[in-house]
Design a protein around this ligand. Structure first.
Ligand code: SAM
Length: 268
């Protein structure tokens, strides 16, 4: 396959609707793969391989790689590079609807990697978190602002629903920043690499995880309102004043542990 000076196909035009910003900075690509540190026996899955920038370095270490790509036009470009690799499999599919459990076995949990399309990153992370027990770790390139939200701590301005629900299930590490000039075309925002490692076991366990998700969503419905105001219609039979918590505080001042304790008190 012919490539241009920056390693991209001369015939493929990047599509905005698929969030296509292809990585062209070899230093960043190497840095991502070094952070992932793929091993020969790993069960790897890459979301949105694009033209294979990250893929080509991963297969040097681990040939057991499934890739999920939505854009049909990229499939021949990927096949031209990787079709001869025995453990390599392309799924032309929407990662938001993909059944990741279909790729795992109990003794080899998934390692997920992806330079994610910015427009679907949050729903995709929530979708992947529903397979948390079958995942070993996840490395993502995301909009920097999303990485800051994922790892924010109580009291910080980025702390919200995404921080609490992700940190309930995973340890979050902000690894390094990536500037717009590392891509073609250049995105308008800064990016960063994040590692999510599912907790095994969870540090705090909600008796009803779906209720925790509902509680946290309701608590953050209006960030400027107090907890008392946001939660008043959550459960009409429960007296929130009995909680061992200052209800006049804002939702961003409540820790993950406090949300889990609150949830287990409301729904024992
Ligand atoms: N990994 C490549 C790189 O780093 O150069 C491409 C990254 S580009 C930001 C995102 C990729 O995700 C594109 O190849 C795009 O077609 C693909 N994509 C977009 N939406 C998708 C979806 N819902 N499911 C799977 N892939 C998707």
């Amino acid at each position: 396959m012919k490539k241009t000076h920056n390693g991209l196909s001369p015939t493929h035009k990047a599509r905005k609707r698929f969030g296509q910003n292809f990585l062209i900075d070899m230093g960043i690509i190497t840095g991502i793969v070094r952070s992932v540190s793929p091993k020969a026996t790993d069960n790897m899955v890459e979301i949105g391989p694009g033209q294979g920038a990250i893929t080509s370095l991963i297969v040097e270490h681990c040939q057991n790689l499934n890739v999920i790509e939505l854009d049909r036009d990229l499939i021949p470009i990927l096949l031209a590079q990787f079709a001869n690799i025995k453990g390599f499999k392309i799924h032309q599919a929407d990662a938001l609807k993909f059944d990741f459990a279909s790729l795992t076995s109990s003794d080899n949990p998934l390692r997920v990697v992806g330079n994610l399309p910015y427009n679907i990153s949050t729903p995709l992370i929530f979708h992947l978190l529903s397979f948390q027990s079958q995942i070993k770790d996840m490395h993502f390139m995301l909009q920097k602002e999303v990485v800051l939200r994922l790892c924010a701590q109580p009291g910080e301005k980025n702390y919200g629903r995404l921080s609490v629900m992700t940190q309930y299930l995973c340890a979050v590490e902000n690894l390094f920043d990536v500037p717009p000039e590392s891509f073609d075309p250049r995105p308008k925002v800064d990016s960063a690499i994040v590692r999510l490692t599912p907790h095994k076991p969870l540090p705090f366990t909600a008796n009803h995880p779906d209720k925790l998700a509902h509680l946290v969503k309701t608590a953050f419905a209006q960030r400027r309102k107090t907890l008392r105001n946001n939660l008043k219609n959550l459960n009409e039979t429960f007296n929130f004043e009995t909680l061992d918590l200052d209800l006049s505080c804002r939702p961003e001042n409540v820790s993950l542990e406090q949300y889990v304790t609150m949830c287990n008190t409301i729904w024992p």
